[in-house]
Design a binder for this molecule. Sequence first.
Ligand code: SF4
Length: 375
Amino acid sequence: MKFVDEYRDAKVAQKYAGAIAQITTRPWTIMEICGGQTHSIIKYGVDELLPEEINLIHGPGCPVCVTPAELIDKAIALASRPDIIFCSFGDMLRVPGGRATLQNQSRLSGDLLAVKATGGDIRIVYSPLDALKIALANPAKQVIFFAVGFETTAPTTAMAVYQAAQKGVKNFSLLVSHVLVPPAMETILSSPHNRVQGFLAAGHVCTVMGYTEYEPIVHKYSVPIVVTGFEPLDILQGIYMCIKQLEEGKAEVQNQYSRSVHRHGNEIAQKLIREVFEVVPRQWRGIGAIPQSGLGLRYRYAEFDAEKRFNLTNYPVQEEKECLSGLVLQGVKKPHDCPAFGTNCTPEHPLGAPMVSSEGACAAYYRYRQRLVSN
Ligand code: SF4
């Protein structure tokens, strides 16, 4: 496939790996932020090509994984109502919620798929604009879109809200869980458990946001950040650039993914995000509250906030104690370090979101490394 195959060339990959080995003089730990990069690394064995001094650890860039259990429970409560059509990306349907009890004291179903199996009108969509179309076609129903994702998906969500406001749509709203990458990176770097010495930043996030917001992080924590794409050769080149900086004692932002990312990103998309959303504190599943790390609807778009429209209140949830997803998402542990990996936790019976999300690290190891791990 043109424009893809050339980034998967095994001979060129070997050359990159050799070049990395040549410049590496000591152990380094690098975190790839994005779950899409994690899957590429594990699927194509990028980590196995590298010299043993280089340790790749996996970051929190899986939006499904970091959506708080409390919001999953709220989604389940809303999707169970007969007057609601609940729209979501497919990944969210298998994610287990917490063990909350809502105001009506009824025990919730474990995930959205269970609600769908018992008759809930849950529709898998590929875009919030599809959910808006469903709202226009079903004026007698309330239609809710589960808005999860990083800066990459936020512009489309913002466009759906903007269009709904322009058209005066009254039966469309969002359950919002949009999150931002830079505050999560700072949380990891500030942790006493931090092992990260360099980052591969997520190319698609930077396509929207550019990379100027990483410059203060680089200066504050003296870590190189390389904006990197998703194909194996992108990742190997990003690692080479990162290691070169580390070996030379530098800490700069560099752009490996220049075929898509420009320094200031897509300013029209950023303007749209700012029009509809404001930066808010956000709870990250397994990690906890991170200040100024999420997007919430601005006051002028508050009528599209499903939590307000349906008067949902906050309540504590219990997360599955056996699940170490918080540590996996911060790179402190790898999936096979979790005692439940492949035993009590499998894609068929997940204890945590990283085992079911298409960007989850546990799902990547289970899918591509299970045989090796169990041997
Ligand atoms: S293997 Fe399962 S239980 Fe363990 S961290 Fe991953 S999702 Fe959680």
